[in-house]
Design a protein around this ligand. Sequence first.
Ligand code: UDP
Ligand code: MG
Length: 317
Amino acid sequence: MKNLLSIVIPTYNEEKLIQNTVNTVVETMTLENIPFEIVFVDDGSFDSTWKIISQNTNTHPNIKAVKFSRNFGKESAIFAGLDFAKGDCCVVMDCDLQHPPKIVVEMYKLWLLNDFDIVEGRKSSRGKESFLNRFFANLFYKLLRATSGIDLENASDFKLMDRSVVDIIKAMPERQTFFRAMSSWVGYKVTKVYFEVPKRKDDRSRWSFKSLFKLAVNSITSYTTIPMQIVTIFGVTFFIFALAASVQTVYMKLAGKAVEGFTTVILLLLIIGSVIMFSLGIIGLYLSKIYEEIKSRPRYIVSETIGIKEGREDIGL
Ligand code: UDP
Ligand code: MG
């Protein structure tokens, strides 16, 4: 089939919402006459998500499904979906309809008629969130843009990509992925569509502050090594500072006022100590990333599939 659209949907414990999502997506695509397939990736749900998905694969032959052996996280689920998708273009969307299917139609048309390779969904507003969340999100986007040149402000995982882009992203060897940044790093002919984020029906987001912080650190360390260079700058600055302080201390000693220098010593100890620890921490961060990558573990492990025809290895290598 030409111009086939693959809709990749990562799902984790979505038993309450998933049926409505299937109905809405199928209805929207059928109405618009878009040839499509849905690739569900069940990210190790422990509720009846998988059961509902398999029931749907019986009624809709163009729904495929992949089940992970455990929860590997949304990133892995996205990549598994892209690995199993056969479409000429693929769109990644959330299961909670916070990425509206109407916008998928708009993205598809931009791809089909205007030849765009990537159509990014950008949130027109960030919706309601706490001051702290907004503050850290802004800080993260600014840091990432300043250090790696990637602009992710209001970006989301909601994105349509041409087959050529999908193949390139799939072939990238890193194990710790950050889909949002990877798909903007590749370049190509890109356009944006803006969408309002509707409220989640069950009003629950699975991202805790801790997991968001981890994601932020991970993506910054994946895209820039500038923090490591900052360590060197710190080193040089404090060396100059230390030289000046030594001159002062020696002068004090010669002038017979040595006891006063005690403050300087303590200050230096504190500052240098903390800079060293901070620097070691940054180096540790990068080292642990190298360690993770070098292990080359698969991105995910599939325990079950439905409707996947051609044989392929069932791990994300
Ligand atoms: N999700 C997943 N694995 C996880 C957590 C979430 O596949 O470990 C899926 C989830 O089912 C949903 C999407 O990722 O389809 C976005 O999740 P959620 O709505 O909780 O996040 P938010 O909208 O707050 O980004
Ligand atoms: Mg959501």
